[in-house]
Write a protein that binds this ligand. Structure first.
Ligand SMILES: NC(=O)c1ccc[n+]([C@@H]2O[C@H](COP(=O)([O-])OP(=O)(O)OC[C@H]3O[C@@H](n4cnc5c(N)ncnc54)[C@H](OP(=O)(O)O)[C@@H]3O)[C@@H](O)[C@H]2O)c1
Length: 242
């Protein structure tokens, strides 16, 4: 299939590229940087330089890629989630979830894309007995600063799931760790970045439209749906690939 990977240079995007290529997909990957686009091309990826907030350029980029699938792996977070920069990152990341997703959905619809797979997070559930399942409500009554993140997540998920005829798949990822994340472990719900990338590939091949919790097993989150429907394996690692 032809895949438009928005966020090809991000923590998950980087680990996803080799999986997509190994599965035989043709990838058009995005970055805002000319230097990073050259690096993408050097690894055999068709690269396009585009800012998701430039709606007209994004429309052209997606149309030119003629994708079957748009993969949304965009975030706007500081490297290693630097605590000193997280307060200003919240509103920026919410903006990319809201306006970036809106622009991506518009471009996907205009290009006749079949499926949109989008990165979300798995720790925005409203407090109730754990483990949380995908059917549990988001914490939309949260106070700031959490409220900013919840609103961004809710917008991203609504746009992804309710933009027919696009088939929307939302991957609610746990806290990332592993190469490129700046962390070698994470609190529950934890998720190795390679397993996050593998789940994105499985979402192309196996997911039904809807939401999937993607993390390691814990008392916090149920991942039963992803294990049953996607054969999601939280212990997957890239270096185990033949
Ligand atoms: N679930 C989680 O725990 C989770 C999820 C995601 C990230 N993180 C953490 O956040 C930190 C930073 O993540 P990251 O390294 O993936 O970097 P990032 O700065 O969040 O960027 C992610 C991707 O989004 C793209 N992007 C950002 N703004 C864009 C825009 N306006 N238009 C187009 N593309 C845009 C970036 O492309 P360019 O910069 O190349 O243009 C990059 O490909 C890491 O420590 C990571 O582990 C955690």
């Amino acid at each position: 299939m032809r895949i438009f990977l928005a966020g090809a240079t991000g923590a998950i995007g980087k680990r996803l590229l080799p999986l997509l290529r190994k599965a035989g997909h043709h990838v058009v990957g995005t970055t805002r940087s000319g230097a990073k686009s050259a690096a993408l091309r050097a690894t055999g990826v068709e690269a396009v330089v585009v800012d998701v907030f430039d709606a007209a350029a994004l429309l052209r980029a997606v149309a030119g890629a003629r994708p079957d699938i748009v993969m949304h792996q965009l975030t706007d977070l500081p490297p290693g989630l630097d605590p000193a920069r997280m307060a200003e990152a919240g509103p920026r990341n919410a903006r990319i979830r809201r306006e970036g997703t809106e622009n991506l959905v518009r471009a996907a619809l205009a290009a006749g894309v079949r499926r949109l797979i989008a990165q979300s997070i798995a720790w925005m559930y409203a407090a109730r007995p754990q483990p949380y399942t995908e059917a549990d409500p988001l914490d939309i009554e949260a106070q700031a600063p959490r409220a900013i993140t919840v609103a961004g997540v809710a917008a991203l998920e609504r746009l992804t799931l309710a933009s027919p005829p696009l088939e929307g798949v939302v991957l609610r990822y746990g806290h990332l760790y592993g190469p490129g994340t700046g962390a070698d472990r994470a609190e529950a719900p934890a998720l190795h970045v390679d397993a996050a990338a593998a789940a994105a590939l499985l979402a192309i091949e196996k997911a039904h439209p809807g939401i999937y919790n993607i993390a390691e097993p814990s008392g916090y989150l149920s991942i039963e749906k992803a294990q049953r429907e996607l054969d999601f394996d939280p212990s997957f690692r890239l270096n185990a690939l033949a």
